[in-house]
Design a protein around this ligand. Structure first.
Ligand code: MF3
Ligand code: CO
Length: 289
């Protein structure tokens, strides 16, 4: 079924189809006929969605800036949670992790051998030498944003610093691989290549994800893989890239008591950086970081 050229576009922009997503659809249909995996319409954001997601991301960025200013040795991870919660609600937003599938706090704080989904606690005090990921996600007017950064507390070993730096480079190389009408697999390939060239490994069990109207949407963004494979990246897609890189092997374990905290199975250090991106006609825009 094809939409009449003069009907309103399916994206909800209110524009005529011929002035909006007609060319886009023709391009995707032709790629699909050639056997490529293409995004479905429900993950293509219109301008109104993008505006809403950007406003949510402004708050998310503000939360991470606040954490950056305040994080220090001697502080408990529960204090980070409190900072996140108070800033978020005082800006009219909601911390997305809070009660998400039973997650009990407003932010994930993952230290040293914790890969992701660390639960803030009064009992975990930041100490010199810790490498800490703070993963912040925000809902504003129904729009979701998501980003995470690493922080190094006090005197950090050269080994840990190197892991944090290379993981940041992995994210940057992943972002550089994002091209409109390119492939999702290009992202994972770039990340995996860089991580493994330093003797590190890429966590398999978690990936980036579409985001915006929900916390986790399609596609699953692999941080490993092959160029020229996977879904076509089309303008209007919003997703995260958030590589978790282990100094040792990539296998993980989930804490049996809390069912959330993911550790490296071999006890090695793990780092993660996450940005949220918009694919545009021209390239890629970083929305949350
Ligand atoms: N912020 C995480 C992500 O990057 C998701 C955390 S789920 C939670 O996708 F419930 F633990 F918050
Ligand atoms: Co995410």
């Amino acid at each position: 079924m094809t939409l009449d050229r003069n009907s309103k576009c399916w994206c909800g922009s209110g524009l005529k189809y011929k002035k909006c997503h007609l060319n886009f659809d023709e391009k995707l249909e032709s790629l699909e006929l050639q056997g490529y995996e293409v995004p479905s319409r429900d993950i293509i954001k219109n301008n109104e969605d993008i505006e809403g997601i950007k406003k949510s991301a402004e708050i998310n960025n503000g939360v991470l800036d606040l954490v950056a200013e305040n994080i220090k040795e001697g502080m408990s991870t529960a204090e980070i949670d409190k900072l996140v919660y108070e800033y978020t609600v005082s800006h009219g937003a909601i911390p997305a992790p809070l009660n998400y599938e039973g997650f009990p706090k407003s932010v994930c704080v993952s230290i040293n051998d914790v890969v992701c989904h660390g639960i803030p606690s009064e009992d975990r005090i930041l100490k010199s030498g810790d490498i800490v990921n703070v993963d912040v996600s925000t809902i504003l007017n129904g729009y979701y944003s998501d980003a995470s950064r690493m922080f190094m507390i006090g005197d950090v070993s050269e080994e840990a610093k190197k892991l944090v730096e290379v993981t940041k480079e992995c994210l940057e190389k992943g972002i550089e691989a994002v091209k409109p009408w390119g492939f999702l697999g290009d992202i994972g390939a770039a990340i995996q290549e860089h991580a493994e060239s330093h003797g590190y490994s890429v966590v398999r069990d978690f990936g980036g994800h579409g985001v915006g109207l929900q916390f986790h949407e399609d596609p699953f963004v692999y941080h490993y893989g092959e160029r020229g494979q996977g879904m076509i990246l089309a303008p209007g897609m919003v997703f995260t890239i958030e590589p978790m890189i282990n100094a040792g092997r990539y296998e993980i374990l989930i804490d049996a008591d809390d069912d959330w905290t993911a550790y490296t199975k071999d006890g090695s250090l793990s780092a993660q950086w996450e940005h949220m991106l918009l694919v545009t006609e021209e390239g890629v825009e970083i929305i949350a970081k």
